[in-house]
Design a protein around this ligand. Structure first.
Ligand code: PMV
Length: 315
């Protein structure tokens, strides 16, 4: 059991944007994910009494934190158990940072990584990034049940990552020539990733042949997308994002608001657009190279009354 430590420590976890193959990744199909600049910051302080307390001061979509409270408790317990931290330690963990929490932006993974890093520093445990990633993965289980690990990988390692789940997960950096602007549009609807993942499983079992075809298309698309990203063929990347959105519609994880924001972004000139993350609400992402196009697409979404994140991939 860990008992010693500093008086205060901090840790960061980055938000993420899945560019290709959320959901498919659960079934060992390659995915491509990018960390984004916005992050969650966890601060750990010693207190006099009260055991382990969590104060959540992150900016968030209304209802997001309330909706995730039970998952968050479960997640924290898993993190403490995995790190072998005594639940009777008197510490306060405060979450803050710049990441506006909503479904689809990796908020749960960002918080797990931030907490793991802050506890690691606080208790002077000397964990490396791979071990932090393992702790964050344990924490993610509180939110997702059986997470693929794609979110915590982006949150821990940063950059643009080719991720394949397997007996041994594969993480490879995708070498993009230069960062590209994106807009992430938030439907404001808090989504339940666990339910979305369970829905796909159910339909996949019911319609095995149809789903097999869609899944094979998703597999090929991941390879094409990696090639386009590495060749800096941004138009092709955008086209493939559009195709990926159709595949996600086919497995019924998009919804009306996501489809509407995707259409809005395309009409405003985005090179491609798709839902991102668990779906059934949450965020979509539009590829908008250059600040001018980014601003145009962001405004078009804001004019419809929705919040956006202006950020970049490949940083
Ligand atoms: O909803 P998010 O942003 O946490 O993304 C979930 C991604 C899924 O592929 C749907 C699930 C997973 O564990 O990879």
């Amino acid at each position: 059991m860990m008992t010693r430590g500093d008086d205060v420590a901090e840790g960061k976890g980055y938000g993420k944007c899945i560019l290709f193959n959320e959901h498919f990744v659960v079934y060992d199909i390659p995915s491509i994910v990018s960390a984004i600049g916005d992050y969650t910051l966890a601060t750990v302080e010693r207190t006099d009494s009260g055991g382990v307390r969590l104060i959540d001061d992150r900016p968030a979509t209304p209802g997001y934190k309330e909706g995730k409270l039970e998952h968050q408790k479960d997640s924290l317990q898993r993190i403490l158990d995995h790190m072998e931290i005594d639940p009777d330690e008197n510490i306060k963990i405060t979450l803050g940072g710049t990441l506006y929490c909503a479904s689809g932006v990796g908020a749960s993974a960002a918080s797990c990584t931030a907490i793991a890093r802050a506890l690691n520093q606080f208790f002077d445990m000397g964990l490396d990034d791979d071990q932090i990633n393992e702790v964050a993965y344990e924490g993610e289980k509180g939110y997702h049940g059986t997470p693929s690990g794609v979110d915590n990988a982006a949150s821990t390692y940063g950059g643009l990552i080719w991720f394949v789940r397997g007996d041994e997960d594969t993480f490879e950096p995708v070498d993009m020539k230069k960062p590209v602007e994106i807009v992430m549009g938030n439907t404001g609807k808090v989504a339940n990733t666990k339910a979305a993942v369970a829905g796909v499983k159910e339909r996949k079992e019911k319609y095995p042949e149809r789903y097999e075809e869609i899944f094979q298309d998703a597999r090929q698309l991941a390879h094409d997308a990696r090639e386009a990203l590495e060749a800096n063929d941004i138009q092709k990347v955008g086209d493939l994002m559009d195709v990926n959105h159709s595949l996600l519609q086919d497995i019924e994880v998009s919804d009306e608001d996501l489809d509407m924001l995707v259409e809005t972004a395309r009409s405003a000139g985005a090179l491609g657009a798709k839902m991102t993350g668990g779906g059934l609400g949450g965020y979509m992402v539009a590829l908008t190279p250059g600040e001018e196009l980014q601003e145009k697409v962001a405004k078009a979404i804001e004019d419809k009354g929705f919040r956006v994140l202006r950020t970049k991939i490949g940083v």
